[in-house]
Design a protein around this ligand. Structure first.
Ligand code: FEO
Length: 169
């Protein structure tokens, strides 16, 4: 495999684990504010990010590569209110989309069609993650200003359950 593609895939393991860590921090913030439904939503989001990291790891292992794992940064975003947390979520997902696109571009440039095919799932997933973050912002804007509306929204998010990724390697 091309060295640049491999390095980007290895880095992505770290980025996905960082995403998990970031969303755990967001989850902690929401629980602390009494919004346990939002807290649950972000905790499950963290589980999904861990799954993404493990998929990148598995893909490299399946390619006969032993990826070197690096330290995960401390989540460093100062959190001030729930709306800001949601905005940071969308911003972070847009950043992750750009990372996936960069790997895709590197794979394309060396005709690594197998990696492109692997990444197709993530391209679709990023579309969904951005849509979900956008949707949360819209609904928070609509209902978050009213205590009853916020309670209902929080209760709904409390019902989110974890499911394993549809991609199996
Ligand atoms: Fe693994 Fe939310 O991107």
């Amino acid at each position: 495999m091309d060295t640049k593609v491999v390095n980007l895939l290895v880095q992505q393991i770290n980025k996905e684990f960082y995403s998990a860590y970031l969303y755990l921090d967001f989850s902690n913030y929401m629980y602390d504010k009494g919004l346990s439904g939002f807290g649950n939503w972000f905790k499950i989001q963290a589980q999904e990010e861990r799954d993404h990291a493990l998929l990148f790891l598995q893909y490299l292992q399946n390619s006969g590569i032993r990826p070197e794992l690096s330290a995960i940064d401390k989540p460093a975003i100062e959190l001030s209110d729930p709306k800001q947390v949601l905005a940071e979520t969308l911003k972070h997902e847009q950043y992750v989309t750009s990372l996936i696109n960069d790997i895709y571009e590197a794979a394309f440039s060396v005709k690594d069609f197998r990696t492109m095919q692997f990444l197709d799932w993530f391209v679709k997933e990023q579309g969904e993650e951005e849509m979900n973050a956008n949707d949360l912002i819209t609904r928070y804007d609509l209902f978050g200003g009213d205590p009853k509306g916020l309670y209902m929204l929080d209760s709904e998010l409390g019902g989110r359950v974890y499911s394993a990724p549809s991609l199996q390697l």
